[in-house]
Design a protein around this ligand. Structure first.
Ligand code: AHG
Ligand code: MN
Ligand code: MN
Length: 324
């Protein structure tokens, strides 16, 4: 008998006695948008959605047509759900807010609509990353958006690859679902995923190594040296795919500070925080190099952070090397 993600989230909500219906409806907005994005990606070469959109986004990056499509799909599918108070997207400079009463607009959804944009045109895995926060009774909407990562009520991602996989947590374990195209539903494949305690891979853009602080070069040299076990290098260049492999196989993903981006490249609210929540729920760890990702108090919605995430063993070794 199959379990769809809607059924699963309702069981989860029943267990943790949170407002059940609204949350699973909210997740339904994300899964609907992800099916629209998946359909577009599958036929990308056949319709005019490849290539650049011709504008740059708030990140100063050339928007790809699929970035724009994915963003619009999520804004639409979530915007029509009245439990949404605000939407924060990598592609929009400011949050999109909705004039909803506080008893309705309970949730804020933060997302990277399409992660790995540089890989779209070469048919390599890309993804969507999302993080869900609860609107706080006190303070203004910005205060509710800029909550530290340990306040997330849910987080997840969809990786569009040979199959389309949704992974999410509500703080009660990490669960994965595979889109069954014959019925158009995400079907439960693994409950309570655990990241291996040590992995065979390290994953980083080694072209930046000369720009890293020296201790990161020492760390990667240590992994290469063999004294800590035999490692292989894997780097896809789509964070969501590099993370998904790390979750399943173990090891470490690193995007250290560089001379060009001393504050890191990856974004705290919609890349590091959701993946850090999932990593910790699966027995892994996530660090900025200066501390736990989930403890960072955000100052801005597009704030960047150095981001290292992975198995307990590799992350503890990194902490030791950075503390020297
Ligand atoms: P996005 O496509 O959402 O802008 O994210 C791209 C990110 C992330 O997916 C990936 O890990 C990283 O950029 C790759 O950066 P480099 O090309 O500098 O290695
Ligand atoms: Mn991204
Ligand atoms: Mn993106």
């Amino acid at each position: 008998m199959i379990t769809t993600v809607q059924q699963h989230i309702q069981q989860q909500q029943a267990d943790i006695t949170a407002a059940s219906g609204t949350f699973s409806l909210l997740l339904g907005g994300i899964t609907l948008a992800s099916k629209m994005i998946e359909a577009k990606i599958r036929s990308a070469g056949l319709s005019d959605v490849l290539g650049a959109f011709g504008q740059t986004n708030v990140q100063g990056e050339a928007q790809q047509k699929l970035d724009v499509f994915a963003n619009e799909a999520l804004l639409h599918c979530l915007g029509v759900r009245d439990m949404v108070a605000a939407l924060v997207s990598e592609e929009d400079e400011e949050p999109v807010t909705f004039a909803r009463s506080s008893e309705n607009g309970k949730y804020i959804v933060v997302f990277d609509p399409l992660d790995g944009s540089s890989n779209i045109d070469v048919n390599v895995n890309v993804g969507t990353i999302f993080s869900i926060l609860k609107r706080q009774p006190e303070g203004d909407l910005d205060a509710s958006i800029l909550q530290p990562g340990f306040k997330q009520v849910a987080a997840g991602y969809v990786v569009y690859g040979p199959s389309t996989v949704l992974v999410y947590t509500t703080g009660n374990g990490v669960h994965s679902f595979t889109l069954d195209p014959t019925i158009g539903a995400f079907v439960l494949t693994t409950e309570r995923m655990q990241m291996p305690q040590q992995g065979p891979y390290y994953s980083t853009n080694e072209a930046n190594a000369a720009q890293w602080p020296a201790e990161y070069r020492s760390y990667v040299d240590l992994l290469r040296g063999g004294s800590e076990g035999a490692y292989s290098s894997r780097y896809i260049g789509s964070l969501v795919a590099d993370f998904h492999r790390t979750l399943l196989k173990g090891g470490i993903f690193l995007y250290p500070p560089t001379a060009k981006q001393p504050g890191g490249k990856l974004r705290l609210l919609y890349e590091a925080n959701p993946l850090a929540f999932i990593a910790e729920q699966a027995g892994g760890k996530a660090s900025s190099g200066a501390g736990r990702i989930l403890d960072i108090k955000p100052e801005g919605i597009h704030q960047r952070t150095p981001f290292m995430v992975g198995s307990a063993r590799e992350m503890e070794l990194l902490e030791q090397v950075l503390a020297r």
